[in-house]
Design a protein around this ligand. Sequence first.
Ligand code: BES
Ligand code: MN
Ligand code: ZN
Length: 508
Amino acid sequence: MAIQPLFDSSHFDPGRVVLPDIELVRGLGKATDVVIGIAGSNGRSTLVGATSELESKVGKAGTLLGLLLDQGASHAADEVTELNLPGLRVLAVGMGGDLDLHPEDLRRAAGVGVRRVLSIVNGSGRRIVVSLDADAETQVQAVSEGALLGSTGFRKLTGEPAESPVASIGIIGSSRTAQRGLAAGRITAHAVCVARDWTNLPANLLGPNDLVEQTRGYLKDAKIDIEALDERALEKAGYGGILAVGGGSARPPRLLRLDYRPRAAKRHLVLVGKGITYDSGGYNLKTAESLTTMKYDMAGAADVITATKAIADLGLSVHVTAYAPLAESMISGSAYRPGDVLAIFDGSTVENIDSDCEGRIVLADALARANADQPDMLVDIATLTGACMVALGTQVAGLMASDDATADRLLDAAEAAGEEFWQLPITEHARKQLPSEVADLRSKANRYGGALFAGAFLQHFVNDQTSWAHLDIAGPAWNRDAAHDYVPAQATGTGIRTLVALAASMTD
Ligand code: BES
Ligand code: MN
Ligand code: ZN
């Protein structure tokens, strides 16, 4: 008799990710709360987005800036000053000392303001207007992303009925460019929220095939082809890496492939996302502490799936193929062992030095497969190494690339999207450490420069002529601290906005 799980991922319909209503508004209307900015230089503060309508609400009591300064308002980044006017709460969010505001300043201020409103009163029934003087498409997109992403937090799995929908949000603006920015912001924010929810799902509720089924539901109305190889198909095609890593689990591995191909597209972007639904470390078992969060080791897969959906929803004219090698790394009689030699999709062999290097092994198979698509650009994204976190901390993701021009394209996309990446080198020294005594390659060298060695290892599976970048998001994919600005606790969805911006840069 099959044992029916009491509780499984079918309870989680990504279509049910509910974001607040958001629309462009011309004025305050029935707002209960209004978020504005306060920026400054040389100790002098200036309000951002203080409309004449808002000033008129102050009446004879003084100026809005004057009243806020009386409350101790500061333009220090992320600081919030509240001012209660009759029937309207004003929140002035510090935007820093630089009056030259970038989209990321707007995204953050909107996130800080909306999060603060929702923390004071539990959201429902609030009507929040965000007034930050945004008009250009990229500005309005940033404000709407910040407002939407800041309005949602980590949600507990609970038997309680779902919370009622949160506040509605209005953004001051009316132009065509503002309309486009709002539509784009809504699409990317939704993608990020789906990825966060998937990543937060514990591994008992989300195995490799569950993520495939979730993806089918999520993409049912999108013009995206889906293919999922099961364990038999993986074996037939020669995916020895994915099969080895997934071999220890009762839930077999999958290789998910999505294809979005609009007719006019000239260029082809191929994405590969690490999808380890749980990383126990295998026979190189992790420590008790690091085991607790290893459900987030599929964040890269969630990123490429949701980014592809966002790219399709935006109607970007670029051919996008996404691969997600999905496996659960467990210990059992069928688990792969340290010392095993694995045959990768391209025919090369790898000596498994340490079963906790599972990510690079499943990525090797997927990257080798991706070459056959002849991409104009190939990008993999993975929670790959603790070493990258040692190097760059938890807020900055690592970037390694086939060449500096490709790295710069990624850095430009990340800058536009407000995500932080830092380039690391793939050194000759790292490459020299690749050969194994018993196979073509070994999966691990010594512990120094672990992120670079992983990069060199992955590069081995990518065609020499291909523009390729590797994004190591082990740090920023997970927020270990409390929520801040538009980033919730736990899964963050880091990388999606950069991938979407990269696709947008390939449409001309
Ligand atoms: N998924 C981990 C990397 C990781 C660590 C992500 C911490 C997020 C937080 C990866 O599979 C891994 O275990 N890497 C090892 C590689 C090592 C054995 C060479 C690591 O970083 O310790
Ligand atoms: Mn591992
Ligand atoms: Zn891992």
